[in-house]
Structure formats: C-alpha cells, structure tokens
Write a protein that binds this ligand. Structure first.
Ligand code: GLN
Ligand code: ZN
Length: 764
C-alpha cells in the first residue's frame, strides 16, 4: 500500500503576521498593490518550502488569500455582485472593495457612492469568518484568469508537485445568500458547473496532478435537493480528467456517507478526529482503487497528536484492501497558530505538549515513516509518546479538588432559589428603578492613551501602583460621566480589560498564554486564544476590587461585569482530554465564586456575558440538544449562587438566536441584553413571538458605527419593542460594549438614548 502525506491548507498570515501588517500598510496607502503582491508571493514560497521540508508529497496551492478564500472564489468564478458597479478596476482593488466596502467620500461630482462590504459570517463552527457570496436569479459566472493559475505556475516553477484546492461547487453555493426572493441558489448550479469544468480542465492541462475539492457541507443536515445535486454535478467534473480529492471535514458524514463514497472522484478525505468511525467505514465502502485520505491530526487544536493511536488505526485490517492512503490533518491548518517552538515564554514542559501548524507537518512526517516501518522514526515517536504521557500524568493538568467539587455539586446548583416573578418583586423593592431602565453593556471607550498605558504596564515598564492609579482615575471618570448623563444602572467601564476572555484566563488556574499564537479571524484580523490546558479554578477574586471601588463612588446600582463560562471555553484552545461539558462546568464554578464574592461586596446587579453561546453548536442538529443542555447549565451554575434580590444580567451578540430561544430562556437570567438594532429589531420580534418570560434590553443603536442615533429614531425602536415586550420587562441599552467608540460620540448617543427613554416613560 502506498502512503502519502498532504495538508488541506496552511495558515496564510505568516509566522510573524507579515500578511496582516502588509495589508494594513496597503490600506493606509503606504505600500502599493505590487508590493503587497510581493509579500504574498514570499509567504507562499516559504510555506510551500516548509511543506516540502516535512516531506509532504504535494504542496497545497490555492489556500492562500489576501483576505478570505471564499472571496477568492467569488472573483475567480466571476460572480462579483453587480451592486458594486465595478468598471475596469484591477483584480485586487475590486477584491478589497468586496471585502471592505466603500465609505461615502468627497463632495459633489467627485463623491464616491457608498457601498457596504459583503456580509461576513462564521465558517462552520470555527471562529474564522468568510465573506458571504451574494446570489440572485440573474447571477452569472464566468471563469476568470485568477490568481490560482499563477500560483500554480509559481509552485511548479519552484519545482513542487502541486495539489490545487478549490471550494466545491455545492459548498460554494451553500455558503452564499439569496438576495432576491422566490429563488433557490441551488438553481444556479447549472450555470456554475461549466465554469468549474473549465477551471478543472485548465488545471489538468497545466499538469496539476490533484485537485482537492472542499465539500464540507457533506457534514451538514442537507436538504434532499442538495444531496441529490451532488452526483449529477460531479460526473461532468470527473469527465475533465482532473483527479479530484473530495475533502470533507468538521463532522461525521452520517446520511451523506454513501453519497460521498459514490461520487466519481479519485479520493475522499475523512476528518478522522471529528468522525473516527467514518475512517474505517470509508475503507469498507470505497472502491479499492480510490485514495482514502485520513485526517488523523487535529487541524483545529493545538495539542500534540497521539501518534500511537493513529498508527493503530492505520494497521487496521479493514484498511489493508486499499491501494493508497494519504495521511493528513483533519482540516485546513488555517485554524491553528504557526509554530509552537517559537513560544519561548512557555516552560519547556507545556511547550512539549503543543503542536501548531509547523509541528503538525512534522507529525505527518513521523507518522508516515513509522507506518512504513522506518526505524529512523523511533526516536521522534518516543519523544512524542513521552510528551503525551507527561501531559496525561501532570499534576498541572489534574487538580483533584476541582474534580471533587464538581462531583459533589448538588443537582440543583444550577437553579436560582425562586422563580423569576418572585425574584423580580424582590429586585424591584431593592433597586426602585424607573420603568424602561437605562444601562450600557459594560465597556466604555478605550482611548489610545489607555491602551498605551496598559501596554506599558504589561511590558513591565510601569509599576503596578501607577497602573492601578490610572485605572482608579478612569473608573472615577467613567462613573461621573454616567451620573451626569443620568443612566440608571452604571458600570465601571472595563478599562482594565484588553480582551473579555484573556482578562479572566490570566487570573484563572489552568490557562496559559502564547506570545505568537495568532490565528486569522477575518481579513487582517487575528486572535490569540488562551490555551486551556488544565483543571480550571479561581485562586482569588478577579474583579471584585474594581467593582467595589466603582460602587463606592455612586448611589446608583453598579453592575458587576463578568465573562461567562461558555464564551471563555469557546474562545480558547481547550484541552482535548476532557469533554467540553466538564470544562465548561469547571469554568462555571470559578465564575460562580466570583459572582458570590461580588454579591458579598455589595454589588446587587451582575452581568455574565455569553456572546459565544451559539458558536460552538455542532454542525448537525442532532448534536444541538446535548450541547445546549451543558452550555445553558454552565451558565446557570455560574449565575445561581446568589439571593433573589441579586439581579443577574446576560448579554449576547453576533449571531442569530431565533432557533435557540427556548434554551436562552432556560438560562433564566433576570435581564438579557441583545444585539438587535442592525436587523431592525427582527430578533426582538422572535423574542416576542416566543413570549420570552424575563426582562429584555434590545440594543437600540449600533455601536459598530460612529453615527449618533437621534432621539426620535430610538423612540421609534422602543415603541416597536413595546409592541412585543411589556413595559415592566423592557430595558434600554446600546447593542454592545462601547470600547471601540470615542467619548464625544458615546456621550451624544447615550444622551439621546436616555432622552428617548424619558419621553416614553411619560406616555406609559
Ligand atoms: N461587556 C463586554 C463589553 O461591553 C461585552 C462585549 C461583547 O459582547 N462582545 O465590552
Ligand atoms: Zn456584545
């Protein structure tokens, strides 16, 4: 049996985020398109070299993008939406216009029309955002002389064997959005296929040996017309002579399994991390001449792989009938940072447990050598084994008191003492807030000087006392600012926080932080998720002193501000040796301790943010019930240690919640603040139809824009809200935190918001 190795894609940003910095320089007008292009070429060359040095049988070409690979396809397939009105601009400038839109500029005749960017949304259940293709009944496609072909030439000129990668036609259509009513984007397939055929034929003619066709939607609950479209679509593609490797990932193929095995392609890639059963099943079902690509190395997490386990699978009798197997990471390495070895700030033990993109290439090399019985692989295999065993046994990972506490948790630890109606009465008596109380979501503007101060402190250039003094000043100013405006429930402003997860992770046991562990979120934006490696606990209070100080400065209620367990888990690289349910519950207990300490310190209102509650939902619906059960329980465990008089808020944003409203209601927060203004309160209507039982603060203005909303506008939104939420359960607040805004616009917007609430109160 032949063994080969490949990857589905490589991180594009570069080891030191070269692409990010080049893009931003270009957008500021500091470097030309040609110079930017040069940076891209250089990165590709280096990344291919790494792949070849690790002995991969092909370099993967087509995974590079200046912003997003779906956007690449929008151009390449010739379906840039007409609304952009392009005429003769060059390829990359059009590309950045699709990605970033055009703001209204200039006056009179020179004035450019404003044009919003393509919408952005999450790539399956990852934290990567892609640009959403826009489709209408008259969308057309035409093959463009896109960068893929020149990149193939580039790789060949460097002497690399090439596997090109494309998003498959069905996944491409699925990822888009219909912009005209009464038509299905699936109907565009007929127009789209000839373009794919031409591209495949051209790649084939250019000597590309393999084309990876990404069809991850085979891991979703597909409507049957979509399932049925696969076979007729792939037959003509196969007729081009191109050898296709159909790539699936992120979830089991389930009812699409037979379909995936039947398609007329030369190979099938299975995510053996997320769908281990599919690996052996595929060996049974695939015709022996097909190539089976096994995604044995986790492409979405940062841990060293269990190579012995992978080897055991490879030795399975059922695989032996196949002629050729490829070894691979489960999915593109886009979702992991570049190189763990660079993390010199981590101790050697912890570092030895990690494997980022570059290390994963090496793991493939070792795996292949070991599977071929190459004795030279033994030392590396041994090292890997030792690291894994060390991690398994490490006292840093396992804190028996955390496990004991979890085991001893009473079944009703996730229940408030009384139902909402009773709590509401107690809270009304305690706070005597007006109808339609006004508040904010937590953060206040973080100016350049505040960021610089925090950075100086973190670099060790500013003593703690000085830094704390700056923060105390900031809190005092923020409280005075809110008092002057006349808000009803105040916040301390979160000036001490750089990031809502990092701030807590740094103070909790079980988390580590990398220096360079960036992953692309969208465009030039990268995030550096904490590494959650061990049992989580809270050594000491994290926010209490700041909240206590803030409360001492005002008679009004001061809202304490925490990040919830699900969001902390979701935005970290979590350990893979324990279920997410257990990890979430450990974090929940730590947050619960903080909630109780805030209550003891006299903080009567506490907000636990869960913007990521929906993000981790499994791709298939049948996984939702379980997932939501533990996720909502974790929130309730965090929130339920307090008396009836203590008011728990939660906040959510970024995503659609319509389909999980019962679960959101089951979280039983006294007040939920949600992002609604951009959708014209569409979401609120859903909450109304559902008869959401507790109090709601629908965001009345969009904090993503500097625009100051008028009093009348906010009043109109609130009137709309009052149609579905009774006045006694309606709060008034912006959509989200204000940290990216300026002080003057914040003042103007909040003043209008407060005025709108006042005017409406008079009519109630
Ligand atoms: N409390 C946070 C803030 O105001 C919430 C941020 C968020 O929802 N993403 O910044
Ligand atoms: Zn938010």
């Amino acid at each position: 049996m032949t063994l080969r190795t490949h990857i589905l894609g490589f991180p594009r940003m570069g080891e030191n985020r070269e692409l990010k910095f080049a893009l931003e320089r270009h957008w500021r007008g500091e470097i030309t398109l040609d110079e930017l292009d040069e940076v891209g070429r250089d990165l590709r060359e280096r990344h291919w070299a790494l792949q070849r040095e690790a002995g991969l049988d092909f370099v993967t070409v087509g995974d590079f993008a200046f912003y997003d690979h779906v956007a690449n396809h929008i151009q390449f397939l010739g379906c840039e939406p007409a609304r952009f009105g392009f005429s003769g601009e060059d390829e990359l400038s059009r590309y950045f216009t699709l990605a970033r839109g055009v703001a209204r500029e200039g006056k009179g005749a020179s004035r450019q029309k404003s044009c919003p960017a393509l919408e952005m949304t999450k790539w399956f259940d990852t934290n990567y955002h892609y640009l959403v293709p826009e489709f209408s009944a008259d969308t057309t496609f035409s093959p463009q002389d896109g960068r893929l072909f020149s990149e193939v030439e580039e790789a060949r000129a460097l002497g690399h064997p090439v596997k090109a990668v494309l998003i498959g036609p069905l996944t491409f259509l699925w990822l888009g959005k219909e912009k005209t009513p009464g038509f299905s984007r699936l109907n565009l397939l007929e127009k789209l296929l000839p373009v794919y055929r031409q591209i495949l034929a051209r790649l084939h003619a250019a000597g590309v040996e393999w084309v990876q066709m990404d069809e991850p939607i085979l891991g979703l609950d597909l409507p049957s017309p979509w399932q049925q479209a696969f076979e007729p679509a792939y037959h003509p593609l196969a007729a081009t002579g191109a050898r296709m490797m159909l790539a699936t990932y992120f979830s089991p193929l389930a009812e699409n399994f037979n379909l995936a095995c039947r398609l007329p392609v030369a190979g099938l890639h299975i995510d053996a991390v997320r769908a281990p059963e599919d690996a052996l099943l595929a060996a049974d079902w695939l015709p022996a001449r097909r190539v089976l690509s096994l995604g044995l190395i986790d492409g979405r997490n940062v841990w060293r792989a269990d190579l012995d386990k992978a080897l055991a699978l490879l030795r399975a009798e059922r695989l032996s009938k196949l002629r050729e197997i490829w070894l691979a990471p489960s999915c593109s390495l886009l979702h992991v940072p570049f190189r763990a070895e660079a993390e010199k700030g981590l101790d050697a033990e912890l570092r030895s447990w990690l494997s980022f993109a570059v290390e994963k290439l090496q793991e493939l090399r070792i795996l292949k050598a070991a599977a071929q019985g190459d004795a030279g692989a033994q030392p590396a295999l041994e090292e890997s084994r030792n690291a894994l065993q060390g991690r398994k046994a490490s006292p840093r990972v396992h804190a028996p008191e955390v496990a004991a506490r979890l085991a001893a948790l009473p079944a009703d630890a996730d229940r408030r003492k009384s139902p909402f109606q009773k709590r509401q009465k107690a809270q009304r008596a305690r706070f005597s807030l007006p109808l339609l109380p006004t508040t904010t979501i937590g953060s206040f503007p973080q100016t350049a000087s505040l960021r610089a101060t925090r950075a100086a402190f973190r670099r060790g250039e500013m003593p703690l006392d000085d830094y704390a003094a700056v923060l105390r000043d900031k809190i005092a100013q923020t409280v005075a600012f809110q008092e002057e405006l006349g808000l009803d429930v105040l916040v301390h402003g979160e000036a001490e926080r750089n990031d809502m997860v990092e701030y807590f992770g740094e103070q909790l046991a079980g988390f580590a932080f990398t220096a360079h562990g960036w992953v692309q979120s969208y465009g030039s934006r990268c995030v550096k998720p904490p590494i959650l490696y061990g049992d989580v606990s809270r050594p000491k209070p994290m926010t209490v002193e700041w909240s206590r100080l803030a409360q001492s400065l005002t008679q009004k209620p001061m809202k304490g501000m925490l990040t919830g367990p699900v969001t902390i888990l979701q935005w970290s690289f979590a350990r893979d040796d324990q279920s997410r349910a257990v990890i979430a519950e450990q974090i929940a207990l730590a947050i619960r301790d903080e909630v109780i300490d805030l209550e003891k310190a006299g903080i009567g209102i506490i907000q636990i943010d869960e913007p990521a509650i929906r993000e981790g939902l499994p791709p298939r619906r049948n996984g939702w019930v379980d997932h939501l059960a533990w996720a909502t329980r974790a929130f309730r465990v965090a929130a339920s240690g307090v008396a009836d008089e203590t008011q728990i808020h939660t906040h959510m944003c970024y995503s659609e919640f319509n389909d999980i409203l019962p679960e959101i209601a089951s979280m039983d927060a006294d007040v939920i603040t949600i992002e609604t203004s951009r959708s014209g309160m569409e979401l609120l209507q859903a909450f109304g139809d559902f008869h959401y039982p507790n109090a709601i603060g629908p965001g009345v203005y969009d904090i993503h824009s500097p625009r100051v909303p008028s009093v009348e506008e906010i009043e109109a939104l609130l009137l709309k809200a009052l149609e579905v939420i009774p006045a006694g359960r309606l709060w008034v607040n912006p959509d989200c935190g204000l940290k990216t805004r300026d002080w003057p616009e914040t003042k103007a917007a909040l003043a209008n918001m407060i005025e709108a609430a006042r005017r409406l109160r008079k009519t109630l």
